[in-house]
Unconditional design. Structure first.
Length: 311
């Protein structure tokens, strides 16, 4: 996908904020149902939220210029389109990939982003302020931006270069527009392991992909164990890298088979040297996945939250 310069992308977010733009992004299944009702954008929410094509006079020239400036303006026959989408989370705006997120390097934002943010907002205040915090698999940067008040130094790592570029733009916009950051330094690292982070780590937050995705999209594919393989691998890395007293805050999904949360058992074994709290945040998400053959034995996909503190 297009990799806009963070300052230029901040300009687009700033212009939308000035116009009172607000959009809550639903699941892809809900998105598909809503846009089936119309084929052309009528307003800014249709353009930047629902990713519908638009006539040039639907959008102000300034916004079209900003889209063109970040390489996000597309020609769709006689109409135009944006290949980025903008979502609201509280007072903040986040730039991410337009619907549908079918490309391998798509950068996703949706209901999990809102739940992940709520999980962090509930759990981080219970812990002491951290010196070094890593957002593992940062995506749009939502976790790091929420967590910035609770750490001195922030590192965002992601395997997807497009995600890091958008995360940098989103962080810049949040810092300039809302001045919420307590963090003194920010690092954006392209990597798929914690080995990319130098020095000690005393907090790791993570929202790993947790669906078994035949297309192997980076933001979605959690591998074997019905998508739980990557979550378990990240937990192993966290267990090795965290300092004594370090905290691992994990938001993920678990495929429930015959009433059994097998991922929970595997995580408790992997994090045997930690004090752990574990809870279901939502008992049933992405139910449409259960129609697939590789989920034939799964009765539901639960979203779970784990807080583990190293002894």
């Amino acid at each position: 996908m297009t990799l806009p310069h963070p300052l230029a992308a901040h300009g687009l977010l700033n212009a939308l904020e000035a116009r009172g733009y607000h959009f809550i992004t639903p699941t892809p299944a809900t998105h598909a149902r809503v846009i089936a009702r119309r084929t052309e954008a009528r307003d800014l929410r249709d353009v930047f939220g629902w990713s519908l094509p638009f006539k040039p006079d639907t959008v102000e020239p300034e916004l079209i210029g900003l889209l063109r400036g970040i390489g996000a303006l597309e020609e769709r026959g006689a109409l135009l389109g944006s290949n980025v989408r903008v979502s609201s989370l509280g007072a903040h705006l986040f730039l991410h990939s337009a619907y549908p997120t079918t490309a391998h390097d798509s950068v996703f934002f949706g209901p999990d982003s809102y739940r992940f943010a709520s999980f962090l907002e509930a759990e981080l205040p219970k812990l002491p302020r951290r010196k070094s915090l890593v957002d593992f698999g940062a995506g749009t940067g939502v976790g790091a931006i929420v967590a910035a008040r609770f750490a001195e130094d922030i590192a965002l790592i992601d395997v997807n270069a497009a995600a890091l570029r958008l995360a940098r733009a989103n962080a810049l916009h949040a810092e300039i527009s809302f001045r919420i950051f307590g963090a003194q330094s920010w690092r954006f690292l392209r990597a798929d392991t914690l080995a990319a982070v130098d020095g000690e780590i005393d907090c790791i937050i993570a929202n790993p992909p947790y669906i078994a995705d035949p297309a192997h999209r980076a933001y979605r594919d959690g591998g074997a164990m019905h998508g739980g393989e990557l979550t378990l691998a990240w937990a192993r890395e966290a267990a090795e890298r965290l300092t004594s007293g370090g905290a691992f805050l994990l938001y993920t999904g678990s495929a429930i088979v015959a009433g059994d949360d097998r991922l929970q058992a595997a995580l408790l074994e992997t994090l045997a040297g930690f004090d752990i709290t574990y809870r279901e945040i939502d008992p049933d998400v992405f139910g449409e996945e259960l129609d697939r053959e590789d989920y034939a034995d799964v009765e539901r996909i639960a979203v779970v939250g784990l807080v583990a503190v190293k002894r």
